[in-house]
Design a protein around this ligand. Structure first.
Ligand code: GLN
Length: 189
């Protein structure tokens, strides 16, 4: 049984916990735990940084002294970031510029869809299959470096990207009934 930690400082961590429980099966059995300390991180085989508000989450990561423990964890184990979590995994953040973990070679622009379509439910294709994608004040990945692989795009922009063991989505698969993203994370553990 593998253990997936969900960073639970802020944001929609509860929904990820349920998504991991739904994705767990005989081939990839996993449980989810909430992570708030470096000791919690040490118990995990993989880590999810959920959606929420990335400026607040970054401040809380610094206050709780979790930035270096997460970087050290990421040097060996997979980290998946959804929406605000994707912003925190990036190596470059704009609109406004802010610090991030730099775990993936991507540049993201926050709140990039503007007010008119800031939240929506779309159908996207991932590896040849249709899937639902819930966008909530999402960032746009403006650059995905040569070591990344784009698994899904929407309106011409990458929305699900992986780089080695790590992965980001600019949407919220934890809010859809059946998440191939969480299944993929379990395969990486
Ligand atoms: N707009 C948020 C940010 O920039 C992200 C939104 C989300 O996680 N749903 O941090």
């Amino acid at each position: 049984m593998k253990t997936v930690g969900i960073l639970a400082l802020q944001g929609d961590f509860e929904a990820h916990r349920n998504a991991i429980e739904r994705a767990s099966d005989a081939a990839h059995p996993a449980q989810a735990i909430e992570v708030r300390t470096a000791a919690d991180i040490a118990r995990c085989d993989g880590l999810i940084i959920p959606g929420g508000e990335s400026t607040t989450m970054w401040k809380l990561l610094e206050m709780e002294q979790l930035v270096e423990p997460i970087r050290a964890f990421a040097a060996q184990k997979p980290v998946y970031g959804s929406c605000a979590g994707a912003i925190l995994l990036a190596s470059e953040v704009t609109h406004p510029v802010q610090a991030a973990l730099g775990l993936m070679d991507i540049a993201v622009e926050r709140n990039a869809y503007g007010r008119r379509i800031d939240s929506q439910i779309a159908t996207i294709q991932a590896d040849g299959h249709d899937m639902e994608a819930v966008f909530i004040r999402a960032p746009i990945i403006r650059r995905a470096g040569p070591k990344t692989r784009v698994i899904a795009s929407f309106a011409g922009d990458p929305v699900w990207v992986e780089q080695g063991r790590h992965m980001v989505t600019t949407f919220h698969p934890e809010l859809s009934p059946n998440s191939p993203v969480h299944r993929r994370l379990l395969e990486k553990l």
